[in-house]
Each structure stands twice: as C-alpha cells, then as structure tokens.
Design a protein around this ligand. Structure first.
Ligand code: ZN
Ligand code: ZN
Length: 304
C-alpha cells in the first residue's frame, strides 16, 4: 500500500487495512448506508476498542439516507479543489471522522486509544486527521484497495444516477409577455428530463397534444390535472422568471405533497421570497443562456 499517494497525510501517520468482510468494516459500511446524509459521496465510520463498537457516524452531518443536498459544486462543475465556498454542507465539520468523535463524546465515550474504521473513502483530509489525533485515536483502518474502490469517478458513477422518473415543469403561462421565448425553454428542460429517463409533464404541451378544450368551464379540469400530476411527480421544476399565480400555487402544492422543487430563473429576474423560501426548494438555478441552464439542470437532476 506504500505506493498510494495521498492528497494529505500527516507525518508519521499511516493507514491500516482490512478486508471488506471484517466485522468492524462491515459496521462502518452499515453506518455509511444508514447515517450518511451525503448521497453524493457517502462515508461511514465506526470507533472501536477491543472489537466493540463505541460510536458510529456518517458524513453529511448524520442526516441519513433521505436527506437531499444538491451540491452547487457539482451543478456548476467546479474543478476539483475549487468552489468549496459555495457549499456549506460538504465542509470538514460534516465529514464522518469529526462526526464520529463528536458522537463518541456525546455518548460519554472516550475516543483515546480507540481505532477508526472508515468505509467509503480512501484518505482523510487535514481537519479530520487533526480531530482524530487530538482525540488520541490509535489507528485508522481503511478497506483494502480503498484508493481504487472509492475514487471520485467510481463513487459518482454509482451515486450520480437520477432517480426521478416524472418531472412536472411549471411556468407562467397566462399573464406573461415572454411566453413565446419561455415555452421553448420549458420544452428544452423536458428534453433534459427525457435524456435522464424521466418523463416531463408540461401543462401547455399536454393541452396542445391532447387538444384539450380551454374554455372557461374547463378551468376545474385544468386545476385537477395539475394537482393530480403534482401528486404523481418526483420533482417540480418551476420557472419563476415571471410572476404567476398558477406557479405559486404549484409550489405550495409541491410543498404539501413533499416533492423536491428546483427553481429556475433568468439572471436578473425578481423572484418572490415566498417562492425562494419554500422549504422544499433543493436548488435555485439562475441562468443566462438556455444551453447552460439545461446542462446545470441535468447536473441537479442527477443528484435527486
Ligand atoms: Zn455540497
Ligand atoms: Zn475530512
């Protein structure tokens, strides 16, 4: 293992290695599956002494499997080592190692002289080493071949898989002077979804394709269509560049139906605080050109 070059390694420190089937490594893998709130690069860790687990933790502040974080660094395609200021979720305090030490102390267990088993990563960053050394941790164990198993490419190949199968695309379709330019943008968003194996539903497209009557007496049908589709979708993509009563209602329904919301707006648009503050908003994509918007939307959806 001496040939592995680590991005950081304090002088005099080494990693120790065990197989994936080692009981404590299995426990770390379970911690990864159950505790890691970071779906993008999940890491789990256990602290053990004499074969007994003293504490367990996952990165992503232990927020667990269902927590959604859309990382701006991934959306904006920040080169490795840059853009950390954009994300307050992936910072060192939320890494598995400090979470583990904090968990042990929280349970009144002294980490000094205990070992750390880490599953899901192949090296430890400087702040994490500092926390572990300061706590008196004895050895840090990784899984054999961790440097090959948990490269960014390999992990992302597994985790950057869009799970959304149905997207509801909303926009301002009634009182909007820019409708002629907005519609093709929404169709382009629909194509992004389709490229990820996700079906997109868009009200105006559905009406045009199905030649649905749009007379006043059908307003209840239009409303019901929207409510049913919102209930059935996995994500709401709402273009909020222009104010819209309908889109506002759709955002509220998505909140009630517990759907993640991706807000999209043209750079320079004034967006209602009521929309921006919706707790179900997982990302607000501000764009200058459609091509960039589509690429970034794809990067968002791949994280959902
Ligand atoms: Zn992040
Ligand atoms: Zn770290």
């Amino acid at each position: 293992m001496s040939e592995v070059r680590y991005p950081y390694m304090p002088e005099g420190c080494v990693f120790r290695f065990v197989g994936e089937d080692h009981p404590l490594m299995l426990a770390a893998a379970r911690a990864r599956a159950e505790c890691a709130g970071d779906r993008l690069f999940p890491v789990g860790a256990v602290l053990a002494r004499d074969g007994v687990v003293l504490a367990r933790a996952g990165n992503g502040y232990d927020r667990g499997e269902g927590f959604v974080h859309v990382c701006p660094r991934v959306v904006l395609e920040c080169p490795s080592g840059t853009g950390y200021e954009l994300c307050d979720f992936h910072d060192a305090a939320g890494h598995a190692e400090p979470m583990l030490i904090a968990a042990a102390r929280g349970q009144g267990r002294d980490p000094s002289g205990a070992d750390v088993y880490l599953y899901g990563h192949w090296w430890c960053c400087e702040p994490c080493w500092s926390v572990m050394r300061e706590a008196g941790v004895r050895d840090v164990y990784l899984v054999q071949d961790a440097h090959e198993l948990f490269t960014r490419e390999r992990v992302y190949a597994q985790t950057l898989q869009s799970r959304v199968k149905r997207a509801y695309i909303a926009g301002a379709y009634t009182n909007n002077n820019a409708l002629a330019t907005d519609k093709p943008v929404h169709i382009a968003f629909g194509a992004v979804c389709a490229g990820l194996g996700c079906q997109a539903v868009i009200l105006f497209r559905d009406q045009e394709e199905n030649k649905k009557p749009q007379e006043a007496r059908d307003v209840k049908r239009v409303y019901q269509w929207s409510e049913d589709e919102l209930r059935a979708c996995d994500v709401l993509i709402a273009d909020v560049s222009h104010p819209s009563l309908g889109a506002g209602g759709e955002l509220a329904l998505a909140r009630i139906f517990e759907k993640p919301i991706v807000l999209v707006s043209k750079n320079g648009s004034l967006v209602s605080n009521f929309a921006l503050g919706n707790p179900n908003v997982v990302y607000h994509l501000v764009y200058d050109d459609v091509e960039t918007a589509c690429r970034q939307l794809k990067n968002v959806l791949r994280q959902l």
